[in-house]
Design a protein around this ligand. Structure first.
Ligand SMILES: Cc1cc2nc3c(=O)[nH]c(=O)nc-3n(C[C@H](O)[C@H](O)[C@H](O)COP(=O)(O)OP(=O)(O)OC[C@H]3O[C@@H](n4cnc5c(N)ncnc54)[C@H](O)[C@@H]3O)c2cc1C
Length: 371
């Protein structure tokens, strides 16, 4: 059986689902083609931050894009609530990056100074705070915390509810979600695309590759490139405790349900999603140095998941020149960027691809390699 759609989105993680959500009211017949439950999915293992501070060093446009998403997030949360009734627990009270030594603090200050000094970077309020200023915001801080940085724009949400709400809204709007439909081959054919999936053949006028790590293999089939690799992160979940942390910290946050999450680590271990006790112990020790009261709180579970990393860490968005109608979208901050993916990237795919997205094209890797 062959199905025909105006648009096929390959990948039903946060990136594909956010784009589909942004396209849901355009009268297009859309299918999301996804793998099965055992697939690698960053969208099911992430930390849930909507994080702006520190982003965009080396690509100021990315800092601006991230800010735009933080500003659009309240609209996303409200549109999702209206469409599905799901509350994604958005909270944007600002956020903190904490430093545990003078060296860390100096490095942080230097990084943020360089970030703000970039031509074309839209400046926002970003403060370095000393220990006393931090204590006024977080009275339970450990004595090892020497200072940190603050941005008003940061926040967090429940990322599993976000994914669920996006899917519910898409399906509710008539978008076809097809799990267990891994795309094996995409063949451009007479201005359209034939997708050979494990659940049969799908034809589409346009195709968006939002397959996370799968984009590396699929992109060349439609004249695109997405040289992404896995980068492992780990998360520790602690039991529910009384509210003590109203502000998310870059590596530590209390959820709306009262549990505490510790998230960190950048490991180059290929497709390995197994936990390392050394890494978990380091993360836990740092968390206890930040908030000593956590020493008595029990761990309920821990997991590892794979980020989707491009060579420079910035997103890859591109429209194919050789196979018009094919696009690729991938990034390592798909929670933060969900709002721009819905309200800015989706229209670019449906209408005209704007020149300001060209900074995210994979050709930048050739320039850097040649330099
Ligand atoms: C530990 C960790 C912490 C993180 N913390 C944050 C955070 O705090 N804030 C933030 O903004 N971001 C965070 N991220 C990043 C964020 O989770 C990702 O950027 C986002 O989930 C990427 O979504 P995606 O849809 O591109 O990829 P995925 O979630 O990996 O989804 C890709 C989908 O494509 C499917 N697929 C692959 N190949 C095929 C194929 N051939 N055919 C059909 N389907 C296919 C897969 O099955 C999968 O469902 C974190 C990530 C990790 C790992």
């Amino acid at each position: 059986m062959t199905d025909t759609f105006d648009l096929a989105i390959v990948g039903g993680g946060l990136v594909g689902a956010s784009i589909a959500f942004g396209l849901r009211e355009r009268g297009m017949r859309i299918a999301i083609l996804d793998e099965g439950d055992r697939a690698h999915r960053a969208s099911r293992g992430n930390f849930g931050l909507i994080w702006v501070q520190g982003k965009g060093l080396g690509l100021p446009a990315y800092g601006n894009w991230t800010q735009a998403s933080a500003h659009l997030w309240p609209k996303l949360a409200s549109d999702l609530k209206q469409a599905t009734g799901v509350d994604v627990a958005l909270s944007q009270p600002g956020g903190l990056h904490l430093c545990l030594s003078a060296r860390e603090l100096d490095a942080r200050a230097a990084k943020l100074e360089a970030l703000l000094a970039q031509p074309g970077f839209e400046r926002y309020r970003l403060d370095m705070l000393d220990r006393d200023a931090l204590l006024r915001r977080l009275p339970g801080l450990g004595s090892d915390v020497v200072g940190g940085s603050w941005s008003d724009l940061d926040g967090h949400c429940n990322p599993l509810r976000l994914l669920d709400a996006l899917h519910l809204a898409c399906v509710g709007a008539g978008i076809v979600y097809r799990p267990n439909a891994a795309v094996r081959v995409i063949a451009p054919h007479r201005g359209a695309f034939a997708l050979d999936t494990t659940a049969g053949l799908v034809n589409a006028q346009r195709v968006v590759l939002a397959a996370g790590l799968g984009n590396a293999r699929l992109a060349p089939m439609v004249g695109l490139r997405a040289p992404v690799v896995p980068n492992q992160g780990q998360v520790i979940a602690l039991e529910r405790v009384q509210p003590f942390l109203s502000i998310p910290v870059e590596t530590l946050r209390q959820t709306d349900e009262g549990t505490v999450l510790i998230g960190d680590a950048q490991r180059d271990v290929g497709l390995d999603e197994s936990l390392s006790t050394d890494v978990l112990a380091t993360m836990a020790r740092r968390a206890v140095r930040m908030f000593p009261a956590l020493a008595g709180v029990r761990v309920t579970r821990a997991w590892a998941a794979l980020r989707i990393m491009s060579p420079d860490g910035f997103p890859i968005y591109a429209a194919s020149r050789t196979s018009p109608g094919a696009f690729v979208a991938t990034c390592h901050s798909g929670v933060t960027l969900a709002a721009v993916h819905a309200y800015k990237l989706a229209p670019a795919i449906a209408e005209t691809w704007p020149a300001d997205l060209d900074v995210y094209a994979p050709e930048r890797f050739d320039v850097r390699a040649a330099a």
